[in-house]
Design a protein around this ligand. Structure first.
Ligand code: GLU
Length: 547
């Protein structure tokens, strides 16, 4: 077979050579050891937590080593592409602090190694396709759908591996004349790789996350170019990551089964193999067993979910880092106020089997992160969230910023800050007691008589003076307690609860409920100071009227 003639027959218009491309995309000049990596998502419109994990891993590896992180769009499957998906990807990743040095942006490509959208690189793939054909490493296949189906059926009947390999590779050794005849007839073709591998051979491979792996050679003549001339993921991966000078491929481990083929392809093309960082999936506990997070079953897989609930970006990043690197939590304890990027991330510490996603832990981390913010920071983020998800609340917050800041300042700034809010969605319930419109009607414990409650409230109104400091305020509450025959001696009460009709805690709760509508609130004295006398009195009176 004259493979050169075949190459010219299949790619008559390709005049560029691999050498020209090598020159156009020279080796990068980053320092020794710099990681050049990329995010290369397909624009399906769905951005998930796994994308963010991959983004964080790649971003840290690149920027920790004075390397480069670029953004490539893998849009070779027009059927799966959703309009606007690229914008969604860019905006979501940016929102979560993943900053790219080059690649596709909202204003077109930025960087010298593009185009960065695969759909605009057909001419580049064809240069290498032509080279492979010329070297006898790839060939056209004219099999029809029916032929492929019947091949698969035969293989299944014979209990053989399915696929286009060995004796089943019908077009592997056809003559130039046969190929010419098909082309003349205008029949569609795909370009296939001529595999020289055997499934009887195994070889060792070192993955940065999975460690040492023993893998079996690939013997399948996989498709490189589809009938429309667009490459498959495999071929585009090899060509792009070579020409964009990627040193590390960070990707999901669903690609691990294709690795033997990728290694073969890099060799056939004469490319240096990058290092691979195959990240395991995010798992969750389902009853007593672990399973992968699923798009269908788990809303928390979608990145939009975290924005909607109101998890601060910092909390999500902080949590994911605890999941990715087990030493992060210790580091954080030792460096409570340090920037997360000061932590030395290591891909080697990723769990090869995948990380366990724990919602309760995320919530804890988030509470912690929010508790360390200043009132002003909380206000800014909360307002931003409310403007998108709760405009009525946003209106309240912005109509009196100082009032909102006073509320948000409660219990903040000390050694042990309060941890009331885990997500912005909860902030309204927490702050609602400060806004008359959001006030809940209290439900008093049925074991107390309404008369008792009314009498407590009445007595309180008679002696309430907002000028009192908190200890005088509490002494007054204790005095009322004793007047109505309840006890202030909590120890005695605990020892024999039946001996007392109630305690000072119950009396405080009556007042708390009357003022806040809730049994739980930040320190009642402080709350009342913020609300002011008129509002407290009005609320207590209105509750008394309803008793
Ligand atoms: N487009 C591929 C995906 O979304 C990219 C995999 C890779 O990073 O190489 O899974």
């Amino acid at each position: 077979m004259d493979t050169l003639a075949l190459a010219n027959l299949l790619f008559p218009n390709v005049t560029d050579t691999p050498e020209m491309l090598e020159e156009r995309f020279p080796l990068r000049k980053n320092p020794e050891g710099a990681v050049i990596t990329r995010m290369a998502p397909s624009p399906t419109g769905f951005v998930h937590l796994g994308n963010l994990v991959q983004g964080m891993v790649s971003e840290r590896m690149a920027h920790q080593s004075e390397g480069v992180l670029f953004f490539r769009v893998e849009d070779t499957d027009a059927k799966r592409e959703v309009p606007g998906a690229v914008e969604i990807l860019i905006n979501s990743l940016k929102h979560y602090g993943i900053s790219f040095d080059e690649g596709v942006t909202l204003d077109g490509d930025s960087g010298c190694y593009g185009p960065y959208r695969q759909s605009r690189r057909a001419h580049i793939y064809h240069v290498y396709a032509k080279k492979l054909v010329a070297e006898g490493k790839a060939y056209p296949c004219f099999c029809t759908e029916q032929e492929l189906t019947s091949m698969r059926e035969t293989q299944e009947t014979n209990k053989e591996n399915t696929g286009y390999y060995g004796k089943y590779a019908m077009w592997r050794d056809r003559s130039l004349a046969d190929i010419q005849a098909q082309l003349d007839a205008g029949n569609p073709w795909v370009l296939r790789f001529r595999s020289t591998g055997s499934i009887d051979n195994q070889f060792k491979f070192d993955d940065l996350v999975k460690g040492k792996l023993t893998v079996t050679e690939n013997d399948v003549d996989h498709v490189l170019l589809k009938s429309d001339g667009i490459p498959t993921y495999h071929f585009a991966h090899a060509v792009d990551d070579h020409l964009m000078r990627t040193t590390h491929v960070v990707r999901g481990d669903e690609w691990l089964p294709s690795l033997p083929f990728h290694i073969q392809l890099f060799q056939a093309l004469g490319f240096k193999l990058p290092k691979y960082v195959h990240i395991g999936p995010l798992m969750k506990m389902d009853g007593t067993s672990k399973r992968k997070l699923s798009k269908r079953k788990d809303p928390e897989l979608a990145l939009t979910y975290y924005k909607g609930e109101g998890f601060p970006v910092e909390a999500v990043r902080e949590y994911l880092m605890t999941v990715l690197n087990s030493n992060f939590e210790d580091w954080r304890r030792a460096n409570p106020d340090a920037d997360i990027n000061a932590f030395q991330f290591s891909a080697k510490k990723l769990n090869p089997a995948g990380s366990l996603f724990d919602y309760a832990k995320l919530t804890d981390v988030s509470k912690n992160v929010i508790s360390k913010m200043t009132a002003e920071e909380v206000y800014t983020l909360l307002l931003e969230w409310s403007q998108e998800f709760d405009s009525d609340f946003a209106q309240k917050l912005s109509s009196d910023k100082d009032y909102a800041l006073t509320i948000l300042a409660i219990g903040r700034g000390g050694k042990k800050p309060r941890k009331d809010i885990a997500v912005w969605k909860e902030a309204k319930a927490y702050m609602g007691l400060f806004y008359d419109e959001y006030l809940q009607t209290p439900e008093f414990d049925g074991k107390f008589q309404k008369n008792t409650i009314r009498s407590v409230l009445e007595k309180f109104l008679n002696i309430y003076d907002p000028a009192d400091d908190s200890s005088v305020w509490f002494d007054k509450v204790k005095a009322i307690t004793e007047e109505i025959g309840f006890t202030t001696d909590m120890k005695a009460y605990k020892a024999d609860p039946d001996a007392f009709p109630g305690t000072v805690a119950d009396v405080s709760t009556f007042i708390r409920q009357a003022v806040t509508g809730q049994t739980n609130s930040p320190d009642l004295y402080t709350v009342m100071q913020i609300l002011g006398k008129d509002r407290c009195v009005a609320r207590i009176k209105s509750v008394m009227a309803g008793l």
